[in-house]
Write a protein that binds this ligand. Structure first.
Ligand code: HEC
Length: 165
């Protein structure tokens, strides 16, 4: 069940892209931004906002060895509650079926990393927790750079400056 939660959120993001992407010729090269109905997009953004808040809290919790708080955040991330409440089972299933494979993989990796972060915190291991935290952050950037580049133009390469080799 937990696995479905964020999957649900994120899955949604892929909806509109699916029709465009699955028939596209380029298997790995070009990903497109997701295009969603306003309602669903708002849910996704709300969910992302929750996740972002949790992520920010982790930095401080780690510095002061507040392992419990990190574990709670890890659980919340894995359980992304908002979407869970608003989607019907049928919708969730439909979305799951519609997801591009690559998106599913990113989402699965994201969940795994949140879980590993929680485990590192449970072990009271600062170094491992810091490592898993960085891995979790990395999974945010990987998905955003693939599916939310318009929203976050910073994922595009920097403009060329002067001469280059
Ligand atoms: C598997 C894909 C995926 C993962 C993983 C992911 N995101 Fe996102 N996120 C998205 C997409 C797609 C959008 C763009 C939604 C849009 O078009 O506005 C987004 C948008 C956002 C936003 C903007 C929300 C708003 O209010 O508009 C924030 C903040 C955010 N993500 C934070 C995070 C953080 C922090 C992580 C990692 C801990 C993360 N996301 C992981 C797919 C992902």
């Amino acid at each position: 069940m937990l696995k479905n939660l964020i999957a649900t959120v994120i899955v949604i993001g892929s909806l509109a892209t699916v029709s465009v992407q699955t028939c596209a010729a380029e298997p790995h090269a070009v990903r497109q931004d997701i295009k969603l109905s306003p309602d669903v997009l708002n849910l996704l953004r709300a969910e992302m906002g929750e996740i972002a808040g949790g992520i920010q809290g982790i930095a401080l919790s780690l510095a002061i060895a507040d392992w419990k708080s990190i574990q709670e955040t890890s659980t919340k991330i894995r359980a992304s509650y908002i979407m869970e409440k608003k989607l019907t089972a049928a919708q969730a299933k439909e979305l799951e079926q519609a997801l591009p494979e690559h998106f599913k993989q990113l989402d699965a990796a994201f969940h795994q990393r949140a879980e590993k972060l929680g485990a590192a915190a449970a072990a009271h291991d600062p170094e491992l927790t810091a490592f898993q935290f960085s891995r979790l952050l990395e999974s945010c950037t990987v998905c955003h750079s693939a599916y939310a580049k318009s929203r976050f133009p910073g994922f595009s390469p920097p403009p060329r400056q002067g001469h280059s080799h």
